[in-house]
Each structure stands twice: as structure tokens, then as C-alpha cells.
Design a protein around this ligand. Structure first.
Ligand code: PMP
Ligand code: GLN
Length: 384
């Protein structure tokens, strides 16, 4: 039963933040309110009467916009009628993929640290998660362990790039290794690419779907929440070959059937915005990352590399009490410093690292500075 699962760490830590009046660098949501034109469009569509069930696979306008987006950014040719499905967020998209494709006994290779939705749903379906741990600080792929995790029973690889929580963006060489394993084992991939436009510096997001042999084996998931800073809207989209998408659509029809039409209309407008908009998404986030990283480093909380997403991981070894783990540390930090971070153990099936925590930087300078001020005061007390 899912009653064995706790409340998600993001919900739990945001509740603690509210309780303690803490600065919340835990759950990943931006301070940015999102573009006024999209918000106004969503409101206008409601007023103008777009309030009844839209088509099950999503409004044509949004499915066409997703296909055009995939062509514009990745050169992918996608048939909007049979190869695009709109869902109520990437979370539903992930569940639909697992519900639609997995049978009891199927194995699913996961890369840890893994987003917390994957394993519980996979296990609930009677399928078996096969976690492979990336190796910090560079979060490199352990190739031998990866190869050993694949078996004749492997049905899926779940790949999250850019990767929450560690900010890793997979390189073409790494993707080529994953593609080769998928082909060798006649498997498929569910690619969680919700942070596709949130990539910094020289790093580039390459969808696994664009690699040779992968077009017919990958379901690619995006989310308007991240691309337009509107995480509460919960509009996701899946692109994939018709044969693979068909059972996933069956899952969607039983889970939510469809998704709010006004929000779909507004997201279609968003995906049609000019290149300048998309090119400008990452820069303010990279500045937030740098501001937070500089501040944390100065406080004796070194950070690990981060090339994308909303998140950076920090090493808090120096601040742990004897025997204290990352969960106890984060709870203590809320109470003592008034700052919420996320313990990394939430992203591991078993035997997690205990000295790493995740911080969110998709925040205004004032929020980041307030968190750093509080941490500075806390650190000063620890040193006395
Ligand atoms: N996948 C990852 C890696 C995420 O970080 C998130 C949430 N932020 C989701 C999926 C879920 O996205 P959505 O809010 O669109 O359901
Ligand atoms: N994806 C967000 C994060 O990693 C949280 C989403 C949620 O609260 N379920 O922080």
C-alpha cells in the first residue's frame, strides 16, 4: 500500500517553513510570478468561456505548440495528433508512463539521486526499481554498475536531465552509453526533462530522444511549470512515438482524463514565444545560483557543481553533530536558523549519503540574502 510512503519531503519541509516563519529554500518554486501576458491570457480564457472538458489528449493548439517547440529546439519531427499528450503536470505524465507501460516484475533502472515520485509508483505497480548511484562530486555515471543494473527484464530507464536534485546535465557521451544499453536490452526510456530550458554556461540540454535509435524508444516529458515559472498550473506534456504513447494515453484517460483548458491555451501561447524569451530563462537563475553559492561557500558550506535546474547541493559535513544525519540536520536548521533546505537522503532508496543537502536558488536576491543572513548568524553561534 502507498500508506508505507511518507508525505513528500517537499510538502513536509514547506509546512515546517510556514510553522517556523523560515526562509524556504526547500521546495522548488520560483519567487518570480510568471509572465503577466500568460497569466492574463489564462484569466481571459476562463472569462471567455473555455471551461468545459477539452479533448482527452489535449487542446490541438497546445499539442501543435509542443510539436513546434520540439522541432524548433531539438530538430525533432513530431506528429502532434498521435505523438503528443497533454497531462496535469509532469507528475501525472510520469505516473501515466509507468501505469501504461509497466507490468509486475518489470525492472526499471533509476539514476540516484532520483526525484521522489519515481520509485514508489514503480513499486506500487509490482515493478522493480534498480537504482544506480551517480558518484559525487561530479555526479559521474558508474559505467560498470550501470551495465550490471540492466537485465533481460529491464523495461525502462528513467532519465532526469537536467537532474533534480543535483543540477547535473548529461553529456552527449553519457547519453550515448545509455542509448547503447537501451538498444542492447530492447528497453525504453522515460525522460523527465522538465528543466530543459534551465541550463547554465557552456552546458547544453540534449534530449536522449535525439540520439540514434532513440526516437522510437523514448517518452520525453516537459512541464510548463518550470519553463514559464508557474509551478502551480500543473501543465505537462509527453512527446513520444504513437505506439508507445498509446498505452500511456489510456492511463491518462483513467487518471485525470483531461487538463484545465484555459491553462492549456495560455501555455500554447507561451511555447510560441520568440527565441529571445527562451534564451533569457536561464540567466537570472544562474545569477541566483552564483549568489547563493558564493554566500554558502563563504560560510563553510561548500557546494557541488551545478549546471542546471533550480537546485544546488551543499556539503554540510562540518556542521553535523556527532551521529546527526541530513534529515535531523535540516530539521534543526529550520528551528535554529530559520532556513529550510532539503535532505538529500529523500532521493535515495537506501543507504543514502548523510552529509549532503539541497538548496533552491530560483528566488529573488532578497530571499537568497535573507537565507544567507540567517545562516551567517547561525554559523556565528556554532563557532562560539
Ligand atoms: N520531475 C522533476 C524532476 C521535478 O523536479 C518535478 C517538480 N518540480 C516534476 C517532475 C513535477 O513537475 P510538475 O509540477 O509539472 O508535475
Ligand atoms: N519538484 C519540486 C522540488 O523538487 C517539488 C514538487 C513537489 O512539491 N512535489 O522541489
Amino acid at each position: 500500500m502507498l500508506s508505507a510512503s511518507g508525505t513528500t519531503i517537499f510538502e513536509a519541509m514547506s509546512a515546517l517553513a510556514r510553522e517556523h516563519g523560515a526562509v524556504n529554500l526547500g521546495q522548488g518554486f520560483p519567487d518570480d510570478r510568471g509572465r503577466l501576458d500568460l497569466r492574463r491570457a489564462a484569466a481571459d480564457y476562463v472569462i471567455d468561456g473555455h471551461n468545459q472538458y477539452p479533448p482527452m489528449m489535449g487542446l490541438p493548439a497546445l499539442r501543435q505548440a509542443v510539436a513546434a517547440h520540439d522541432r524548433r529546439f531539438y530538430g525533432l519531427e513530431v506528429d502532434w495528433q498521435s505523438e503528443v499528450l497533454v497531462t496535469s503536470g509532469a507528475t501525472e505524465a510520469l505516473c501515466d508512463c509507468f501505469l501504461g507501460l509497466l507490468e509486475a516484475g518489470d525492472e526499471v533502472v533509476l539514476l540516484e539521486p532520483a526525484y521522489d515520485t519515481y520509485a514508489p509508483v514503480i513499486r506500487r505497480l509490482g515493478a522493480i526499481p534498480r537504482p544506480v548511484r551517480l558518484v559525487p562530486p561530479a555526479w559521474s555515471l558508474p559505467y560498470d554498475e550501470l551495465a550490471a543494473a540492466f537485465s533481460p527484464r529491464t523495461k525502462l530507464l528513467v532519465l532526469n536531465s537536467p537532474m533534480n536534485p543535483c543540477g547535473k546535465v548529461f553529456s552527449r557521451d553519457e547519453l550515448a552509453v545509455l542509448a547503447e544499453l537501451i538498444l542492447r536490452h530492447d528497453a525504453f526510456a522515460v525522460c523527465d526533462e522538465v528543466y530543459e530550458h534551465l541550463v547554465f554556461g557552456a552546458a547544453r540540454h540534449i534530449p536522449l530522444m535525439t540520439l540514434p535509435g532513440m526516437r522510437d524508444r523514448v517518452l520525453r516529458i516537459g512541464s510548463a511549470g518550470k519553463t514559464f515559472s508557474i509551478t502551480g498550473w500543473k501543465i505537462g506534456y509527453i512527446t513520444g512515438p504513437a505506439a508507445l504513447l498509446r498505452p500511456v494515453t489510456k492511463a491518462h484517460q483513467f487518471v485525470t482524463f483531461t487538463t484545465a483548458p484555459n491553462l492549456q491555451h495560455a501555455v500554447a501561447l507561451g511555447l510560441g514565444l520568440d527565441d529571445e524569451y527562451f534564451a533569457g530563462i536561464a540567466a537570472p537563475l544562474a545569477r541566483g545560483r552564483d549568489r547563493l553559492v558564493t554566500g554558502l561557500t563563504a560560510l563553510g558550506m561548500p557546494t557541488l557543481p551545478c549546471d542546471g535546474t533550480y537546485f544546488v547541493v551543499l556539503d554540510v559535513t562540518r556542521w553535523l553533530r556527532p551521529g546527526e544525519d541530513d534529515i535531523a540536520f535540516c530539521r534543526r536548521l529550520v528551528a535554529e536558523a530559520g532556513v529550510v533546505l532539503i535532505p538529500m537522503s529523500a532521493f535515495y532508496e537506501s543507504g543514502p549519503p548523510r552529509h549532503l543537502v539541497r538548496a533552491c536558488f530560483c528566488k529573488e536576491d532578497a530571499t537568497i540574502d535573507a537565507a544567507l543572513d540567517r545562516l551567517r548568524t547561525w554559523v556565528a553561534v556554532q563557532r562560539t
